[in-house]
Design a protein around this ligand. Structure first.
Ligand code: NAD
Ligand code: GDU
Length: 325
């Protein structure tokens, strides 16, 4: 197969590129490098430096290659920024995604895997979140992703588009070879900030909130390894070959870790203390987000291989010791 990976220079996308290549398929990366890195795209993989909002450039790429499917990782994805600058989020995550979908339609490419998020659910009403959980996003980021899930459902009916929206919980970890990892600037995610604190990098780790209704007062999240997210995308491509329509799956390991537990596990894995201080709650953080991924296991045949927190942290630590870009 030949797959167009939009956002393939970013964190999750660059792990996807390697996974697709390792499985013997061809890849073209399309990325505007707004948050991605040229250096994270492997040598020899075509990288088109372009924006998915640029209909002309997209049309040329679709005319030049015959793609079997698209994987779409492009987004703005900072929850706080989405609250202060919602236009930018709706423009990129909704408007530009529709431009990509239009380009696919014109080129008769009818399969897409879309990066959705646990942020579509808002405040959970059950201990674990499955696909039947209500979707009531509490910020424009989550809302923008939910809007595209709706667009994909409508496009299935109107144009016969096949799609799988994968709602990742908290993506984490790095490639086993240590060549790529999580390199956002600014970095807002917990695990990289914990490991930077170990290394004395960054502004110092702050634990946002200690008065949540959780076992130790800090927020609980379900961390899922990037390579397991990648395997789910390949399974989603297989799934679309067998099934017509628009589908959504939740991707997590079904186990929650509090911020304090992540810090403790990082101290164990690195053998070093994690300097940190306690701070006010961060706006827009639900207390607990834990997935039920039974549907992904049953229907996609998904089996996470790096589900243990120690393994996730060890892979991230390996990269943080020698970040390449
Ligand atoms: N990281 C997580 O924990 C997480 C969790 C849930 C969902 N997601 C979603 O997964 C996807 C990937 O996340 P990530 O952490 O790898 O983000 P990232 O910022 O590292 O990667 C996004 C990539 O898309 C590119 N991009 C953005 N807008 C573009 C545009 N208009 N045209 C072309 N390229 C564009 C960026 O340059 C970057 O390379 C996003 O859609 C995000 O919302 C991430
Ligand atoms: O320096 C930090 C960073 C994070 N946290 C806490 O650690 C937990 C995890 O925070 P992350 O920023 O790592 O991830 P989020 O849970 O905020 O993830 C949200 O944003 C992601 C995209 O950035 C995904 O879309 C995801 O689905 C969505 O829930 C939160 O309780 C947060 O308050 C800290 O205490 N200190």
């Amino acid at each position: 197969m030949k797959i167009l990976i939009c956002g393939g220079a970013g964190y999750v996308g660059s792990h996807m590129v390697r996974y697709v290549l390792d499985n013997g398929h061809d890849v073209v990366v399309y990325d505007n490098l707004s948050t991605g890195h040229r250096g994270s795209v492997p040598q020899g993989v075509p990288l088109v430096h372009g924006d998915i909002g640029d209909a002309g450039k997209l049309a040329r790429v679709f005319a030049e290659h015959r793609f079997d499917a698209v994987m779409h990782f492009c987004a703005r994805s900072l929850v706080g920024e989405s609250v202060t600058d919602p236009y930018a989020y709706y423009e990129n995550n909704v408007g530009n995604t529709i431009s990509l979908l239009e380009a696919m339609r014109h080129a008769s490419v009818d399969r897409i895997v879309f990066s959705s998020t646990a942020a579509v659910f808002g405040h959970p009403v059950s201990d674990t979140i499955d696909e039947t959980h209500p979707t009531v996003p509490i910020n424009p980021y989550g809302q923008s992703k939910l809007m595209i899930e709706q667009v994909l459902a409508d496009a299935a009916k109107a144009y016969g588009l096949r799609s799988v929206a994968l709602r990742y919980f908290n993506a984490a970890g790095a490639s086993s070879c240590g060549s790529i990892g999580e390199a956002h600037d600014p970095e807002t995610h917990l695990i990289p900030n914990v490991l930077k604190a170990v290394l004395g990098q960054g502004k110092g780790l702050k634990v946002f909130g200690t008065d949540y209704d959780t076992r130790d007062g800090t927020c609980v999240r379900d961390y899922v390894h990037v390579s397991d997210l990648a395997s789910a995308h390949m399974l989603a491509i297989d799934y679309m070959a067998r099934n017509e329509g628009a589908f959504t799956f939740n991707l997590g390991n079904g186990e929650g870790f509090s911020v304090r537990e992540v810090i403790a596990a990082a101290e164990k894995v690195t053998g070093r203390p994690v300097p940190h201080e306690f701070a006010e709650r961060r706006a827009g953080d639900p207390a607990t987000l834990v997935a039920s991924s039974q549907q992904a296991r049953d229907e996609l045949g998904w089996q996470p291989a790096m589900a243990r927190m120690e393994d996730i942290l060890a892979s991230a630590w390996n990269w943080h010791l020698q970040p390449r870009f």
